[in-house]
Ligand binder design. Structure first.
Ligand code: COA
Length: 412
């Protein structure tokens, strides 16, 4: 694993050159059923469907019900991924869960998921790399497998962001949504699986997206709440600039470390933050948009969950075939970014059956005894959800708007 410090070039994460390779054998996703449209948000803040759609590509997002948590969504996606892989939950040796919205500060959400899926053996831990958390987890899983430490690793991205948004701040509350995705990586002596990995961290962007209060620097108090410091804050323009510059570069590094060129990659699965950012990635890689998978129109930005949800949907929609190269790439707070290029080896048809085999109503996360949590839904959101919009815009035509040119064109 490598990280970039003080703005120096990131050290390269070693490609998988050993005999043991990490293949994706299972994938699954879960999104809450409740839809929040741009029209709904028009009733909450001074915005418009037209503004949101043109500037971001987002048409709607999902909102978790009060009974749902990051762990419960993660558990459903995980069981689906394990079913798709044809494994038993107890076959999993390691659980890595990327999230910035854990159920609690401690224990880890991964520990709760371990119990909920019925695993008795695995080591479990959360990965804190914001929207890059799933890709960082994926890279970590590859290293565990390549070193022989684990045979089957469950990697999850799960977020419940709608509980950490300021519903008076139109620049952030329109962007994010809830959901979870997961993959199983399995050891194999066959060629394929995870190839080149690139991970970077640029701490000069540390306060461009952050959640000020609740940690050791500013523990939660009536004062921090009165100041609204328990909500996500973001410098949109700076973040946009970083993302358009870094995503294409990170993806290109990963592809090149795999001994490939971008044209050899059948599909890129970029972090779904803004369709204009994804267009800039396509432009930076000199590829048409049909090589970029997008579903940001349906779910908004689900942070660490966006890549595994998009990957599962892309496979289930028939966008990947055995032998295809696929590159997952993300960026997020930190600033972090990460990409992994993968040679796809699993039968794409398995995913649909895996999804159908797991009913979310059968999946339970154990709650503490003698403790009632307060209603978790922010009051402004609860009020809005109580009065659903009658307008459901069709999702067949996303209006992405003009991409801004990548500020640092990818050229070496
Ligand atoms: C957030 C983002 C969509 C804003 O788009 P933008 O084109 O940069 O817009 P700006 O911030 O320059 O705002 C332009 C105007 O729209 C307004 N505006 C902001 N949010 C608005 C909204 N939801 N509805 C209507 N107007 C809005 C601003 O107040 C500003 O008005 P002004 O010109 O009168 O001051 C864009 O910067 C972005 O996508 N950034 C990256 C965010 C991201 O990906 N975060 C997650 C990282 S993992």
């Amino acid at each position: 694993m490598s990280a970039e410090l003080n703005g120096s070039r990131p050290a390269a994460a070693a490609p998988n050159t050993g005999q043991i390779r990490a293949h994706v054998t299972g994938w699954g996703r879960y999104v809450p059923s409740r839809v929040l449209t741009n029209k709904d948000l028009e009733r909450l803040v001074d915005t418009s469907d037209e503004w949101i759609t043109t500037r971001t590509g987002i048409r709607e997002r999902r909102v978790a019900a009060a009974s749902e948590t990051t762990a419960s969504m993660a558990a459903v996606a995980s069981l689906r991924a394990i079913r798709t892989a044809g494994l038993d939950p107890d076959d999993i040796d390691l659980i890595l869960l990327g999230t910035l919205t854990p159920d609690y500060w401690m224990p880890s959400t991964a520990a709760l998921v371990k119990e909920a899926i019925g695993n008795t053996r695995a080591a479990a831990m959360d990965v804190s790399a914001a929207c890059s958390g799933f890709v960082y987890g994926f890279a970590t899983a590859q290293a565990w497998i390549a070193s022989g430490l684990a045979k089957h690793v469950l990697v999850i991205g799960a977020e419940l962001l709608t509980r950490f948004l300021d519903y008076t701040d139109r620049s952030t509350c329109i962007l994010f949504g809830d959901g979870a995705g997961a993959v199983v990586l399995s050891a194999s002596d066959q060629p394929g699986g995870a190839l080149g990995i690139e991970l970077t961290t640029e701490p000069q962007g540390a306060y461009m997206i952050w959640l000020p209060a609740g940690g050791a620097k500013s523990p939660p108090s009536a004062k921090t709440i009165a100041r609204g410091e328990h909500y996500i804050r973001m410098e949109g323009k700076e973040t946009y600039r970083f993302a358009t510059k870094t995503m294409a570069t990170t993806a290109l590094e990963s592809v090149r470390k795999s001994g490939l060129e971008p044209k050899d990659v059948a599909l890129f699965i970029p972090h779904q933050a803004n369709v204009r950012i994804i267009e800039a990635v396509a432009k930076g890689l000199n590829l048409p948009m049909d090589r970029m998978y997008t579903n940001v129109q349906k779910y908004g930005n689900t942070s660490a969950a966006s890549v595994p949800i998009a990957l599962a949907e892309a496979v289930n929609e028939g966008r990947l075939r055995v032998g295809d190269n696929v590159c997952i790439v993300a960026f997020g707070a930190g600033f972090t970014s990460g990409a992994v290029t993968i040679e796809w080896t699993a039968d794409p048809a398995r995913g649909i059956a895996g999804d159908a085999a797991v009913d979310p109503r059968d999946v339970h996360v154990r709650l503490p005894i003698d403790w009632d949590s307060v209603d978790p839904i922010p009051p402004a959101l609860a009020e809005l959800m109580a009065r659903p919009s009658e307008v459901n815009p069709p999702l067949d035509d996303v209006v992405p708007g003009e991409p801004e040119p990548a500020s640092h064109p990818v050229a070496r």
